[in-house]
Design a protein around this ligand. Sequence first.
Ligand code: GLU
Length: 294
Amino acid sequence: MNTAYIGRFAPTPSGYLHFGSLVAALASYLDARAVGGRWLLRMEDLDPPREVPGAQDAILRTLECYGFEWDGELVRQSERHTEYAAVIARLFSQGLAYACICSRKQLEGYAGIYPGFCRNACHPDHDAAIRLRVPELDYHFIDRVQGEFRQHLGREVGDFVIRRRDGLFAYQLAVVLDDAWQGVTDVVRGADLLDSTPRQLYLQELLGLPQPRYLHVPLIIQPDGHKLGKSYRSPPLPADQASPLLLRALRALGQQPPTDLQGAAPAELLVWGIVNWDATRIPRSRTLAEAQLR
Ligand code: GLU
């Protein structure tokens, strides 16, 4: 096994896997296995109030019946709170992060970019959100599919939340700590996370963590432009449709499975996908309409 490549799939159990998650899972799986790399599974269960009961089990069952095999034990972010809290405490005590007591109402009209009201207020860190100060700098990287992506953290993002006021840890922090802790070298995921990446690059730099390579696959969208997702009630992936949906996902990724694979078992399709994987064929677009893939 090639230990120089470590990939991962990191679903959030706020809903079931849908066709868009299958495309992301498949891309990360094939990209890892094609070079003999490891493929890890991490449950991003940071937000219990938004978790759908039974979704974690359903996700694991779906992955299994679609033929995916992960290496090592499943990691749950709900078991990593001590680590997240320790890093937040350190960033806070170093003045790199600060407490924010702004209400949602106060932040209306700023288009999601924090205007900095609490930046120099020195609020205590309890009963408050914790925000990371961002530098007035551009962060950029070369995505393997999407090409160069850049964002000015100060102007386009603003100081962002790393722990919510209700005590829940933010995705941006947890994902960076866990990818580094698990030794992930290659992040392959949906293009909806492209504009989270500069925040993650900044956190990696701040914490002295290595920067993985990135590959963002097109996000599968509904005809009306909505992303497939939990809030939009995308149907869960049916167990009895594994083969046709894997074939459709391969085609969404620009791979060209021969017609005689129709009717092949999931494991066989994955083997074909590994042997023939060509990431340069992935469409260089941020979105793909699901209807066009049928
Ligand atoms: N948990 C995220 C999601 O389900 C993916 C995070 C990532 O791949 O970085 O959308």
